[in-house]
Structures are given as C-alpha cells and as structure tokens.
Design a protein around this ligand. Structure first.
Ligand code: PMP
Length: 427
C-alpha cells in the first residue's frame, strides 16, 4: 500500500532526498494541470514547473516513444534531430548567442555555464546572489546559498564563490525604494574583487528571484551588475532554468524583462517538459575559448530521444499559446490573489509575473515576520482539498505558484477558492 511504499522509499533513499508532504498521495498519472492518485483522486498541480506543456503531453510522449523504438544513442553520432534542435534553440536566443551545449538537467547547465566562464576567462572566482538555487553538482551547488535547501550553505561555500545580497525588494536588506541600492553594492563587490587581484570569471543569477518566491529583480539590476562584471572582464551568466520558456508571460526569457542580454544562458526543466534536457547557450567566441581549456561530452545530452523531446516542446510553444496563456491566466490569477490579500491579513504580498507567482504569508505586515508553520499547514490543508502546493523561500513562507503553463481559468479559480476557504476556515 501507499504507506509501505513510502517506507521502502525512505529505506532505500539517502535521507537528504525529501519528498513533498509528510503523507504524500501516491500518484500514477497526469493530464494537463491535473495529477491523479492511485485511488482515482484528482489533484490540481499548482507547483510543477517541470511540465509547462502539462502532464501527459501527447506530442512529447509520442515523439520520444517513436524515437526510442527507432534509434537512441550518444550525441557523437551524426543524426538529424540534434542538429535541428540545436538550430531551433539557438534561434530563440538573442544575438550574438548562437552556440549550444546540450546536457540533461538544470544543475548540469548551471555547472557547465560556470565552467565555460572559468575556461573562457582563465579565472577562478564567481559572484552569485545570496539565497539563490542553481543546482546540486559541485559548481552549481557552490553558488547556491539558499539556507532552506542547505542550512550550512554559507559556511561550506568554497572560497571562489562571492555572495552579493539577495536583491529582494520585499524582505531583503534593502526594501521598497531602497532596493535600488542592491545593484551598486553588487557592482562594488565585483570592482573590489578586481582591485584585489581576483577579478571574477562571472556573475551568475536567475533573471527573476525564484527562490524568494517569484520576485522580479529591481528595475535595472541586471543591467548594472552585468556592466560591472563585463567592465572587470568577466561574463554574465543567466540561469533561465525556471524563468525562461515563457513562464513570465510577456517575455520568453527572464532577462528580456530586465532589458539585458547575457553572455551565457543555462536552460533546462521546461526544455524537455519533464524529459531530461538542458542546455547552455553562448557565443561562438566564448565557446571557442572553452574548447582550448575544457572538455565537454555528455552521453545523453542531445541524444536522439532528448532532441525530439526538445523539438516537440518547441513545437508546442509555437502552436499551443502557452506563453500567451501564462500572461492571460497568470495576470487574472494574480489579481484574484491580490483580492484575497485584501481580506486575509496573513497574505503579506503576492509576487510575480505570468505564471511564476508567489503568495507570501506573514504574521505581521509591519514586521514581515514569516508565517512559516502556517504555510506548511496551509499546504497540507490545500492537499486535502485537492490542490498540490508547496512552500518556498528561505523562510518557507511563500506558496510556490508555478503551475503548468496550460493552466486554465477554471483551475486558477479553483485554486483561489480553495485558498480562500483554508484562510477563512483555518488550517
Ligand atoms: N537553476 C534553477 C534556477 C533551478 O530552479 C533549478 C531546479 N530547481 C536548477 C537550476 C537545477 O535544475 P535540475 O533540478 O534540473 O538539476
């Protein structure tokens, strides 16, 4: 049964590999924004940014299954799908980014982006935003300092990683209008490193503050920090693993919202709609410099199966109005959540753009004391009402609202109604 299976999972997995909920439902299939348990119960999946096209997407499933039956091999062989995918992915990136490396996950993409920058500059230092998450591999983990993920993240950070304050205009060290101070301060850290003889190879950041619960970076933040890192001879790396692929609605890439073009982009998650696929996109020149100092080969990155998955995802983004839906449904959903905030003081703010939202719970709107225990309890109550939702943020007090981009208004309304009910009835 479900409990016995969970016990087996716990017994065979390393303890660090957590699962959602203390008593999670055992799921067996999914369709669009819905998941279905073995008991036949349906859940609205409001959290799953790995499947922007929705669960059980037929185009991706058919493409991969046909390809696996026909041919799957490593990317050193010559076949059409990977070439077509590399061309179409590169075409989505702004000039002069036209060269791709294909990998399997966001961690690999962030890690490779850092290695590309180290090799291209011949340097070893990297500047990252505090409280960020970029992955679990050595380099991507080193630049991830979210204490919610790893309480020792700051203490165990290698000396080549230099943190700058989390540019959170809601609850960071600088708030509201003061948020304009984050960029000059980050630029000063970069200039300081250069002056101290350790100019950074790169500045890496998500283009939208994902870990804090979907908060747009302060206006002009990336422009100013990218300028500073470039002035110091380093590269600007954009982690688009979450913000990219239309989730923000108006913008296909998160960096467009900030009006900048990075030197290196890391993508994954949405790229394969759940099939493992990630990429680094950069310029020919930077990629060429990596060639002289680094080695890269991924057996399954860009395999025929992952390439056709990626192509099917790009077809869906072209044909299924996902980005437009993220904008339309996301905008309406945000308004409805803001309306809830007028009636429920626990909601301190509704963050985000498109279908990358965050509902932040506070005990006190003046002190912003995070309502951490309440957030966990609310997520449990929502599950009982048929909504899958999880906490995020360093205080675990934000509802991580990142549903599949095919979410319809009816589902969005259901989420709001259930949240209203929990906040009204108690948790
Ligand atoms: N970067 C960001 C911004 C992410 O959110 C994540 C995953 N949550 C990663 C990188 C790592 O991706 P993956 O889990 O596919 O390795």
């Amino acid at each position: 049964d479900t409990d016995a299976l969970l016990a087996r999972r716990t017994a065979s997995f390393a303890e660090v590999q957590e699962h959602y909920y203390e008593a999670p439902p055992r799921i067996e299939r999914g369709w669009r924004e819905h998941l279905v348990g073995v008991d036949g119960r349906a859940y609205l999946d409001m959290v799953n940014n790995v499947t922007p096209l929705g669960h059980g997407h037929v185009g991706v499933a058919d493409a991969v299954s046909r390809q696996l039956r026909r041919l799957n091999t490593n990317s050193r062989f010559h076949y059409g799908a990977v070439v077509e995918y590399a061309e179409r992915l590169a075409a989505l990136a702004p000039d002069p980014l036209d060269t791709v490396f294909l990998v399997n996950s966001g961690s690999e993409a962030a890690d490779l982006a850092i290695r590309v920058a180290l090799a291209a500059t011949g340097r070893r230092d990297v500047v990252a935003i505090l409280e960020a998450y970029h992955g679990w591999t050595y380099a991507s983990d080193a630049v991830s300092t979210s204490v919610a993920d790893n309480p020792n993240a700051l203490a165990t950070r290698p000396d080549w990683v230099h943190g700058v304050d989390a540019p959170n205009p809601f609850r960071g060290v600088h708030r509201g209008a003061d948020a304009a101070r984050y960029a000059p301060e980050a630029a000063a850290v970069i200039a300081g490193l250069a002056a101290a003889g350790r100019p950074p190879a790169a500045f890496i950041a998500e283009t939208f503050f994902g870990n804090a619960g979907g908060i747009p970076l302060p206006d002009g933040y990336l422009a100013e920090v990218y300028a500073a890192v470039r002035a110091a001879g380093g590269l600007a790396i954009a982690d688009e693993v979450q913000a990219g692929f239309g989730r923000l609605g108006h913008w296909f890439w998160g960096f467009e919202q900030q009006g900048v073009v990075p030197d290196v982009i890391a993508v994954a998650k949405a790229a394969g709609n759940g099939y493992p696929l990630g990429a680094v996109i950069t310029t020919r020149e930077i990629a060429a410099r990596f060639r002289s100092q680094g080695y890269f080969f991924s057996s399954t990155g860009g395999s025929p199966a992952s390439s056709v998955a990626g192509l099917a995802v790009l077809d869906a983004f072209r044909d299924e109005g996902l980005q437009r839906n993220a904008l339309d449904v996301g905008t309406r959903l945000k308004h409805r959540l803001e309306e809830l905030a007028t009636r429920h003081p626990l909601i301190g703010a509704v963050h985000g753009l498109g279908l990358y939202l965050g509902v932040e719970f506070v005990r006190d709107r003046a002190t912003l004391e995070p309502a951490t225990a309440e957030t966990a309890a609310i997520c449990d109550r929502l599950l009982a009402l048929g909504v899958i939702m999880q906490p995020t943020g360093d205080h675990q007090n934000v509802l991580k609202t990142k549903p599949p981009l095919c979410l319809d208004d009816e589902s969005a309304d259901f989420f709001v109604a259930m949240l209203d009910r929990v906040l009204t009835e108690g948790w």
